[in-house]
Ligand binder design. Structure first.
Ligand code: COA
Length: 157
């Protein structure tokens, strides 16, 4: 699907695309590695992060989205089709780009993809306490249901 843009502040735009190439994949790995280094000082998990992202990239059943701001990778999304529905597996935004509509633009792009594919619903599970993720989904009209360890969210399309 062709990339999508949404204003993010006065002078920058967020671009989201699900047509990833090798450089996009490496951009996502770099972004995840940066946060992992902050969270796990002294550990080098770059190979593990690369291998995991590569396995998603090569899996025909996994769909990936990349979000960029002024050319820099600031987020990514992951989903898979289950029957007639799209299951959102992950939306991640780098800490320095949070609150700029990146997550919302990624999720909106997943919804647009599901519509284009003729699917009937987009859904995912959110852990207890993940207010940011809940708000992103609620902002786009997802129905929220409390379950044991968090929330099920779904949007009929
Ligand atoms: C959840 C996450 C993707 C949100 O991305 P983001 O780009 O910061 O969110 P956005 O800027 O698009 O915000 C969308 C809406 O959520 C609200 N929101 C975002 N973060 C929030 C927070 N911490 N508290 C309250 N509301 C929040 C925004 O105000 C905005 O509301 P609006 O639609 O009324 O304007 C991001 O925090 C993240 O990557 N977290 C770590 C990974 C994760 O938990 N992913 C989800 C589970 S797979």
């Amino acid at each position: 699907m062709v990339s999508e843009e949404q204003p993010a502040g006065l002078f920058s735009t967020i671009t989201v695309s699900n047509e990833l190439d090798d450089d996009d994949l490496l951009g996502i790995v770099d972004m995840l590695y940066e946060e992992d280094k902050r969270n796990n000082p002294g550990k080098d998990n770059e190979d593990a992060i690369f291998n995991q992202m590569m396995s998603f990239y090569e899996d025909n059943e996994v769909y990936l989205w990349v979000a960029k701001k002024e050319g820099k990778t600031v987020g990514y999304g992951r989903a898979r089709i289950t029957g007639s529905r799209l299951k959102g597996d992950m939306i991640y935004v780098s800490p320095e780009a949070r609150g700029l509509c990146v997550g919302k633009t990624l999720l909106k792009s997943q919804i647009d993809f599901a519509i284009a594919e003729g699917l009937t619903e987009v859904y995912s599970c959110i852990d207890d306490g993940n207010v940011a993720s809940l708000r992103v989904n609620q902002g786009l009209g997802f129905y929220v249901q409390k379950v044991d360890f968090g929330y099920d969210v779904s949007l009929k399309i």
